[in-house]
Ligand binder design. Structure first.
Ligand code: S3P
Length: 415
């Protein structure tokens, strides 16, 4: 049974942005509850190599920022390790630097698509060479950057953010247009002008914009909360309270989905500026599976692995489609979810852009191959709570990519 009250480490997406944006805002910015996971450490290390210093005291972070023209040329390549957010967001700044830089990553990140960010950056005048659209990337300094109007072809907050960051250092007014709403931390934190035109979101940026005060308490990570929410929903008698967690509407699509499934979950927003933060209460619930509405997919994209685990315990058929983006995450998450569920004796159908599961099904013992994917390790750790049989996870420690405290907190809330 799960019970108790928890407060979670800072949101990963917001922590990356806090460090990067404070890195190019002149002066001192301070953050509390900054996420000290492997990914956010990679962002801090890249900034340090570029001459942006920081001081860290527990989860309290101070960044000594300066405009990018005062950044220093690193003596070796910048390493984003496993972090797609570091690689994609920092590309938007490397494109605008007055000197050459090279960006590398680990084996998993080096397989992930970068053309989605390279192509529009090149349209803006950036000079980038790549390994056939993948890392390593080399950025030539002193590029003459000009604004673009860009309709996003894929729903990606990382790409959107990279282009907005380049737009802040380019000549003219850049406009990024989104058909599908993705996480909006960049536009909130930088207070960028946003308009809805013909049902599409248009975000503008310009080099003359003033960067607002960035210092803040980083809200707890909702994507981390998702693992414990799903555990609570699936284990009879459980109840859990989560405090000071991000309730950004572009992040909490999982709450909408599980509510339709019949979840007893409530939340209250306590503070809203620049990011909504508040409390969640959730209890064990009898759930019915659904077909996930297309428009919610970008807002549950990181929660799908654990939602799949929960779907095995709910009645009826869970259908996910329009989620091909999952194939380009830290692993091909459609394949990893489907294969690992099958390893646990679950019948699941795989589609090009999703999967379906008919529940409830009994989870059997078996082996989980994570491919070093943190969310796969954590999602299948939740599966271990829904069975008495033995599940062996090949690399549980990869959880530290986003959530080093995961197993510790999971232990504390189990009775
Ligand atoms: C993120 C955006 C999403 C998400 C990732 C973090 C961000 O990726 O999956 O974990 O911080 O902008 P995409 O932009 O590739 O969809």
């Amino acid at each position: 049974m799960i019970s108790g009250k928890i407060k979670l480490p800072g949101d990963k997406s917001i922590s990356h942005r806090a460090a990067l944006f404070a890195g190019f805002k002149e002066g001192i910015s301070t953050f509390t509850n900054f996420s000290l996971n492997d990914d956010c450490r990679a962002t801090l290390q890249c900034l340090e190599k570029l001459g942006v210093e920081h001081k860290q005291d527990g989860d309290h972070l101070t960044i000594f920022g300066k405009p990018i023209i005062k950044w220093q040329q690193p003596s070796s390549p910048l390493d984003a390790h496993n972090s797609g957010t570091t690689a994609r967001l920092i590309s938007g700044l490397l494109a605008a630097l007055p000197f050459n830089t090279t960006l590398v990553g680990d084996a998993s990140l080096s397989k992930r698509p970068m053309r989605r960010v390279i192509n529009p950056l090149k349209e803006m005048g950036a000079q980038i060479s790549s390994n056939d659209g993948r890392l390593p990337l080399t950025f030539k300094g002193n590029a003459h950057l000009k604004a673009i109007n860009y309709l996003m072809p894929v729903a990606s907050a990382q790409v959107k953010s990279a282009l907005l960051l380049t737009g802040l250092h380019a000549e003219g007014n850049t406009k990024i247009i989104e058909e599908a709403t993705t996480r909006d931390h960049t536009e909130r934190m930088l207070n960028l002008p946003v308009q809805i035109v013909n049902g599409k979101k248009e975000i503008s940026t310009h080099s003359s914009l003033t960067i607002p005060n960035l210092s803040m308490e980083i809200p707890g990570d909702f994507s981390s909360a998702a693992f414990f929410i799903c555990a609570t929903l699936g284990i009879p008698g459980s109840s859990l309270e989560i405090s000071s967690v991000s309730l950004n509407p572009t992040r909490i699509g999982l709450i909408d989905i599980i509510k339709i499934m019949g979840a007893e979950i409530e939340y209250t927003v306590r503070q809203n500026n620049p990011e909504p933060i508040g409390e969640i209460q959730v209890r064990f619930s009898h759930l019915k599976n659904i077909t996930v509405p297309k428009e919610v997919v970008p807002n549950i994209i990181d929660e799908i692995p654990v939602l799949a685990i929960l779907a095995t315990q709910a009645e009826g058929t869970f259908v996910l489609k329009n989620a091909e983006e999952l194939r380009f995450k830290e692993s091909d998450r459609i394949a990893t979810i489907v294969k690992n569920l099958a390893n646990l004796g679950i019948e699941v159908d795989e589609y090009r852009d999703g999967f379906s599961i008919s529940g409830p099904q009994k989870i059997k013992g078996g082996k989980i191959i994570t491919h070093g994917d943190h969310r796969i390790a954590m999602a299948f750790s939740i599966a271990t709570l829904f069975t008495n049989e033995k599940i062996e996870i090949d690399n549980p420690d990869c959880a530290s990519v986003s959530f080093p405290d995961f197993y510790h907190i999971l232990n504390e809330i189990q009775e």
